[in-house]
Write a protein that binds this ligand. Structure first.
Ligand code: BTN
Length: 322
């Protein structure tokens, strides 16, 4: 654990702690404490300093804890938890580990992600120490052709894990954005490696906004929301992460055997824009039409104004209400 994280753990309770007391408990000088606090502030954390009282976090937080996550995991399919203070991208971390290791069942979690990857080449921005930044390695016996609908299955599992935390009313925007009243709460990025006929290694990257600092997502070009803006009962990230894994791993096994079809009804029940008029943008083409749901492989069905049916398999499109 880095000294920065150790200091954060002391401050996690939201009380004042003097530089001297922190220094003594970690066996470092007061100046070293100050330097680390400055580094945390530079990462976007709001830490108040009051002379005579010391340092205090503007918002108390619960650090990621291996013990607490493992306590709640009810599946035998998770083999290793990699819990990192800081990483460029949890998905990239597992992808590079996969060069020499079997990462099936490996989970990478991070408190801070400096170059998070989003869909369609975008950056995924997230405030440190307060969000879900998770990647899971999972191997499937078939090739990429057998994985149609996988990202939608992940979306269904995430909606269930959110409901387990009492967070309802979440919708899925095809292929796998999590929305609350049209605002983005989270997203899924699927990385895929393997041969045409399989097996395939997937890295399922999941980002969920739990508590974003004001101003942290400046420049993000779509409306967003976080769990702290939806409820006062913000879930403990450790409990929430275990719930995600408990929902996700059986869903992935079921998908392996039965494909997307058994998830279609659940996905449709949460479908944002179902039977609504949308504009679908693919490359530099825009198509207006009405969304008719998804087929048994998770492909999006759209009917245009001349009643022609269009089927979209690729997630490389952008969908907006019309
Ligand atoms: C999207 O664009 O909606 C997908 C966002 C996925 C972000 C997550 S955060 C954990 C994992 N690591 C990454 O670099 N990206 C994914």
């Amino acid at each position: 654990m880095s000294t920065r994280t150790e200091i954060l753990k002391v401050l996690a309770d939201g009380d004042f702690h003097s530089g001297t007391a922190i220094g003594e408990s970690l066996n470092i000088t007061r100046a070293a404490v100050n330097k680390c606090v400055q580094a945390l502030v530079a990462r976007g954390l709001e830490i108040h300093r009051v002379s005579g009282q010391g340092y205090k976090l503007a918002t108390p937080f619960t650090p990621l804890s291996r013990q607490r996550i493992e306590r709640d995991i009810q599946t035998n399919d998770i083999r290793t938890l990699h819990i990192l203070d800081e990483v460029d991208s949890t998905s990239r971390y597992l992808l590079s580990l996969a060069a020499d290791n079997d990462v099936h069942g490996h989970v990478c979690l991070a408190e801070c992600q400096t170059r998070g990857r989003g869909r369609r080449g975008r950056q995924w921005m997230t405030s440190p120490y307060s969000n879900v930044i998770l990647s899971l390695g999972w191997t499937f016996p078939g090739g990429p052709g057998s994985l149609a609908g996988l990202s939608l299955v992940v979306g269904v599992a995430l909606v269930q894990a959110l409901a387990d935390q009492g967070i309802e009313g979440i919708e899925l925007k095809w292929p796998n954005d999590l929305l609350w009243q049209g605002r983005k709460l989270g997203g899924v990025l699927v990385d895929l490696q393997g041969e045409v006929n399989g097996p395939s290694l997937t890295i399922l990257g999941i980002g969920i906004n739990v508590r974003q600092q004001d101003g942290a997502l400046e420049g993000v070009d779509q409306p967003w929301v976080d769990i702290s803006r939806l409820t006062d009962n913000i879930p403990d990230r450790n409990v929430f992460i275990a719930a995600i894994l408990n929902r996700l791993t059986p869903a992935l096994e079921k998908f392996k055997h039965a494909g997307f079809e058994p998830f279609r009804e659940d996905w449709t029940a949460h479908h944002a824009y179902h039977d609504q008029d949308v504009t679908l943008i693919q490359g530099n083409k825009a198509l207006h039409g009405r969304v008719r749901g998804v087929d048994e492989h998770g492909a999006l069905l759209l009917i245009d104004s001349d009643n022609n049916a269009h089927v979209f398999h690729s997630g490389e499109v952008s969908l907006r209400p019309h």
